[in-house]
Design a protein around this ligand. Sequence first.
Ligand code: HQG
Length: 181
Amino acid sequence: MNQRELVRASRFLSRVLRHDPGRAGIRLDPQGWVGVDELLAGCRRSGTRLDRAALQEIVDTNDKKRFVLSADGDRVRARQGHSVDVDLGLEPRTPPALLHHGTVGRFLPAIATEGLRPMKRHDVHLSPDVETARAVGARRGTPVVLTVAAGRMHDDGHVFRMTGNGVWLVAAVPPEYLGEP
Ligand code: HQG
């Protein structure tokens, strides 16, 4: 598979493993896993070329390590970013004092009153470093990076989790914990 086909297959995987498994005629288990054989068959049926080697390559080389194979290699899932209901089984963890969220100016008035909400995803996604947050915000325009007082939130009882690729997840961030760096 060439690079373009790999990117296209990777986008398709994001869609079916996070948002719309029905598009490939597959079902995710409650933890978000699907059997590799079932996934590959579903991709074939829905017209996306993907074989075992290409899947492995996507898992290994995806820029954000969005996907992970089970230890035995029989199952695969997205690490985070789902809109379908899954329980990723991530343990609560103590976050660093500060985390960062990249967004754009047009959302700031709503964020100032409502705080950060997960919108279509399960959780608000936060980045440990400003650079990553800036890149996340830049997907939508000129990025604005907000600082989240994660340590203080944690002390106040908010539950944080971290995915295997370093993204921090929290249900919501009330406005009193937000600031600009
Ligand atoms: C904004 C990508 C109005 C929020 C990225 C964001 C990340 C509000 C958008 C990951 C709001 C939601 C997540 C409020 C939040 N009012 N707007 N109260 N609260 N927002 O895509 O953080 O490529 O769901 O600022 O790289 O942008 O998918 O979240 O702009 O890691 O692997 O509403 O998705 O990773 O957008 O991105 P998203 P996000 P992947």
